[in-house]
Design a protein around this ligand. Structure first.
Ligand code: GLN
Length: 491
């Protein structure tokens, strides 16, 4: 069996090797399986490694041999445990769904199956994608590959850790308020949250329907782009998904007044920096230093940098969490012990609900259901839910104004590097505050990418840092361009 250097492998390279017959999809899958076997005892990125991986790979080999392979044929993928793969377990890392099996494929899964990818397994996450560290999993935390005493971030912590430690070549995550980007930054990989509606949510277990998006976690920006191109597109099963025409229209109307949008072969893109947001209390000193270096790096690449003001963005966290709780309380009402998964007997029907939901849901999920029910209750609806919707609109307008002057907005992805396991679990507010930079893109629905920007030396360990780039609706192309420029990826 050929020795495959998983460390330097990318989708692009693997595709060339598979095409040239340097190794087969089965050999590639075996390499990943043996790496999982070696490393996942410590990391716990996977909740399940599938038993039919080699059979899937064999099918991919047949497609490649027949000359019908595409860029993704035979490429190993890890899938976050809230995305449905027909016939396989899907638990959202919750006890309430521990034995639940998906009855259909998520649209993204259908698309990946059409390409002949190889699904390695399902990855760990915070229960129902609520959290920021993967500690809220009912099945134990995932560890950060760069320092086992630290979290990998969350909620797609299993997916990000698996990519970072070569337990898969690529992964899917979901992002409601940072769940792809923050773990990507903690684990030193690339994570994309697409424009709201760019990728179908059909078959994604809903957390916060007006914020959720599925996106790729990869080692390079080029790989992220490859996956995005495959999984995006209009889907009649998700009425919020965007058609190609709508997509293009929105992209052109997102253009500001007279700012030239050229790539690096032409001239500069303009990068906006919301200093008032970035230079706040609670932002780690090294994160700030690294961010300032990253801004300089963009300048060195010919990008123009402008300070910008997003006056309402300081309210992002309040808006995000009020709407998050509200939508979570509504979305999770379907888990009643009757339709899916766990069922516990009570005295009567209501008793069944209490028993099932009390035992099946973890603490954070219950907290959000209670708070969400409160903010939606008759006496408080206007004060919380409606107010948050109004401010959501104001924040959106802040960005519409900003796009007249700049093409991109840059922030750190997270205010700190990966924190210690247990450090924030006793204080949910501290956990929520860590989302300060990421929630805004979900509130507005714009695309955002986290890319590795260096390391912070903490206690003898090098912990990865990331920067976040945001772009107008439908302008993932700008994110890919800037991301590749920043990392010096060959285009
Ligand atoms: N940390 C955020 C939350 O707990 C984001 C979660 C996510 O993106 N799924 O809501």
């Amino acid at each position: 069996m050929p020795i495959i250097d998983l460390k330097t492998l990318t989708i692009k390279k693997a595709h060339e090797h598979l095409k040239n017959g340097d190794f087969s999809a089965q050999e590639l899958a075996e390499s990943y399986l043996s790496n999982i076997e070696k490393k996942d005892k410590d990391i716990h990125a996977y909740l399940e490694v599938f038993s039919d991986v080699l059979e899937q790979a064999k099918k991919a080999d047949e497609i490649i041999k027949a000359g019908k392979g595409t860029l993704l044929t035979g490429i190993p993928f890890a899938i976050k445990d809230n995305i449905l793969i027909k016939g396989r377990k899907v638990s959202a890392a919750s006890k309430i769904l521990e034995e639940h099996k998906a009855t259909y494929d998520a649209t993204v899964i259908k698309k990946l199956k059409d390409e002949g990818v190889v699904f390695l397994g399902r990855t760990n996450m915070d229960e129902f994608a609520l959290g920021g560290s993967t500690e809220n999993s009912a099945f134990g935390p995932t560890r950060n590959p760069h320092d086992f005493s630290r979290v990998p971030g969350g909620t797609s912590g299993g997916s990000a850790a698996a990519v970072s430690v070569n337990e898969t070549l690529a992964a899917l995550g979901s992002d409601t308020g940072g769940s792809i980007r923050q773990p990507s930054s903690f684990c030193g990989v690339v994570g994309l949250k697409p424009t709201y509606g760019a990728v179908s949510r059909s078959g994604l277990i809903a957390a916060v329907s007006s914020f959720d998006q599925i996106g790729p976690i990869t080692k390079t920006v080029a790989d992220s782009e490859i996956i995005f191109n495959v999984i995006s597109g209009k889907d009649h099963l998700d009425t919020t998904s965007i058609s190609e025409d709508e997509y293009k229209n929105r992209a052109s109307s997102a253009k500001g007044s007279g700012v030239p949008r050229k790539n690096k072969k032409g001239d500069k893109l303009v990068v906006g920096v919301p200093r008032h947001l970035v230079e706040q209390d609670g932002i780690d000193k090294e994160v700030l230093e690294n961010f300032n270096k990253s801004v300089k790096h963009f300048q060195g690449l010919g990008y123009e940098v402008k300070d910008i003001n997003l006056p309402n963005v300081e309210h992002s966290l309040s808006v995000y969490y009020i709407l998050n709780f509200a939508e979570v309380s509504s979305n999770l009402s379907r888990f009643d012990g009757v339709k899916y998964g766990l069922h516990k007997e009570g005295k009567d029907l209501i008793g069944d609900y209490f028993a099932t939901r009390g035992e099946g849901f973890g603490k954070e999920v219950r907290r959000r259901i209670l708070l969400g029910t409160y903010v939606l209750s008759a006496g408080y609806y206007d004060a919380y839910y409606n107010k948050a919707q109004i401010v959501r609109k104001l924040i959106t307008e802040d960005f519409q104004k900003a796009w007249k002057d700049v093409d991109l907005v840059l922030t750190p992805t997270s205010p700190t590097p990966a924190f210690k396991i247990g450090e924030k679990t006793a204080d949910p507010l501290q956990m929520y505050l860590a989302d300060i930079f990421t929630v805004t893109a979900n509130i507005v629905g714009i695309p955002a990418i986290s890319i590795p920007s260096g390391f912070s030396e903490v206690g003898g360990n090098k912990l990865p840092l990331g920067i976040q780039i945001m772009a107008p609706h439908s302008r993932e192309d700008l994110l890919f361009m800037a991301g590749k420029d920043f990392l010096g990826e060959q285009i």
